[in-house]
Design a protein around this ligand. Structure first.
Ligand code: TYM
Length: 331
């Protein structure tokens, strides 16, 4: 059986980009694979963070995985920092990764500009930690959004380099990037990706936004002056993005939506149907989330079991890596 690994950072609220680009796809294929889904809390401290909210954010993300349909009986859900092998393999991989591979990373360059003088070493090292996450589990497939493609290529390069320099210990993984939802754009600027770090809350719909907030955000979102709505016009990124979201939320094909669009009298009508579809799609996730956080001890149990299962696999790989590098085993 093929193995899948993926993760989300516990920074801020999850938005529909994280859901449509990543988590929804994990859910869809979870029965076909052996799955590891991680809350990547070590990644969350690569930019300044608030110690008061790290633990609760971590729990929230794990609860949302379950709320979105990850079934803990099929998939292993765990917290990255609970399995120390992640940090340890990162160090070993650091020592075989050329610095210029990391300096080339687009996300590093974008985030580094925002941090100015305060760019930490951790931000540069972020993709090596991500490679360690994936390689520890010998994952075949890594389902992510489009923005993670470059990090996946780096992971493949690091695995290849390790295997060449030492022994063939690490599985070289494939990215799994679904076309629909791979790049959800901001509601306030259709040329920018929807992002947790955008200062404006109006730019994104959170998975836990209440119906009135969803309605407000869609009502105010950026549009253009053309009445007819159509896909694939590069001059009209907002139309393309919102129609794409409607396809997914309403579970309709592009052709169906294009036909339906002829019945709308402009953006106003479309925004109403989009709002209804988004609310209807997110509602069961929100109900399930409330249940998961209410059931005392449930999430703790899942994360404890997850840590045990993840550790068994991760330390097996870590030991093989150390062996290949020639380390003296603990006596
Ligand atoms: P994070 O938390 O930034 O993003 C989590 C997932 O959401 C996807 N995503 C999007 N997809 C579509 N449209 C968007 N606007 C959008 N914004 C975010 C991301 O592609 C990602 O799949 N580096 C990873 C976390 C990570 C990881 C890993 C992933 C750490 N280790 C190992 C896979 C395997 C990240 O971007 O997290």
């Amino acid at each position: 059986q093929k193995r899948v690994l993926s993760g989300v950072q516990p920074t801020g609220n999850l938005h529909i980009g994280n859901y449509l680009g990543a988590i929804r796809n994990w859910v869809e294929t979870q029965a076909d694979y052996e799955n590891f889904f991680c809350v990547v809390d070590l990644h969350a401290i690569t930019v300044p963070h608030d110690p008061k909210s790290l633990a609760s954010n971590t729990r929230d993300i794990a609860a949302l995985y379950i709320a979105c349909g990850i079934d803990p009986r099929i998939s292993t859900i765990f917290v990255q920092s609970h399995v120390s092998a992640h940090a340890e393999l990162t160090w070993l991989l650091n020592c075989i990764t050329p610095l210029n591979w990391l300096e080339r990373m687009i996300q590093f360059k974008e985030k580094a500009i925002k941090q100015g003088e305060n760019v930490g070493v951790g931000l540069l090292d972020y993709p090596v930690l991500m490679a360690a996450d994936i390689l520890l589990y010998q994952a075949d497939l890594v389902p992510v959004g489009e923005d993670q493609k470059q990090h996946l290529e780096l992971t493949r390069d690091i695995a290849g380099r390790f295997n060449d320099q030492f022994q063939s210990v690490l599985k070289v993984p494939e990215p799994l990037i679904r076309k629909e939802g791979a790049r959800v754009m901001s509601l306030t600027d259709g040329t920018k990706k929807m992002s947790k770090s955008d200062p404006s809350e109006m730019s994104r719909i959170h998975l836990l936004d209440r119906p009135d907030e969803i309605a407000k955000k869609i009502k105010k979102c950026k549009t253009d002056a053309i009445r007819e709505l159509a896909f694939d016009d590069s001059e009209r990124p907002e139309a393309n993005n919102l129609l794409g979201l409607y396809c997914i939320f309403a579970n309709k094909t592009k052709e169906e939506v294009q036909a339906e669009a002829t019945t709308w009298r402009g953006w106003g009508d479309f925004k109403n149907v989009l709002t209804d579809a988004a609310i209807a799609h997110l509602q069961p996730i929100q109900t399930k989330y409330d249940e998961v956080v209410k059931e005392s001890g449930y999430l703790d149990r899942i994360l404890k079991e997850g840590r045990e299962k993840a550790s068994a696999t991760a330390f097996k790989t870590l030991n093989a890596v150390k062996d290949a590098m020639g380390y003296l085993p603990p006596l």
